[in-house]
Design a protein around this ligand. Structure first.
Ligand code: SF4
Length: 145
């Protein structure tokens, strides 16, 4: 389906990456390069803020787009950034509602499009599969690309 399959991708991350302080690394026959980022609301928000995707839906296509952007940094292990991205959002360091004081102190500020544009990374973001995630209007279809 069109969903991001976050739990499956997180499970695969645990089993394939590592071993390290986060992942178990038990499945050696699967290359880490083949993993797709486990996309949740935190990763989506921070990825949008950093310009890794412009897509507003938390869909499989968005997960692939973010993974492709991370692959440009580390082709062999693009999903190694997932934990850091997720916890930046989960911890509240990058809050859902933009906080100029936090942005001012953020070490990613120089690379952050949301900060440069003065908007939240999740502005307009919609979970995939929700009633609000529809792409019925031309404006929504353009936004989802
Ligand atoms: S500069 Fe602000 S919006 Fe950008 S990553 Fe940091 S806290 Fe989030």
């Amino acid at each position: 389906g069109p969903g991001a399959s976050k739990r499956w991708n997180l499970y695969l991350r645990w089993m394939v990456r590592g071993p390290d302080a986060v992942d178990l690394g038990l499945w050696r026959e699967v290359p880490a390069a083949a993993l797709v980022v486990p996309l949740d609301t935190h990763v989506h928000r921070v990825a949008r803020a950093l310009g890794l995707t412009a897509r507003r839906d938390a869909s499989w296509r968005t997960a692939e787009e973010i993974t492709a952007a991370l692959r440009r940094v580390d082709p062999a292990d693009p999903v190694r950034f997932d934990f850091a991205l997720c916890h930046l959002g989960m911890s509240g360091l990058c809050p859902a509602r933009r906080d100029p004081a936090r942005c001012e102190a953020c070490t990613l500020g120089a690379a952050c499009l949301a900060r440069a544009r003065g908007i939240s990374g999740t502005r307009g973001a919609r979970p995939s599969g929700s009633a609000r995630a529809g792409t019925s209007s031309p404006r929504r279809r353009r936004a989802a690309r």
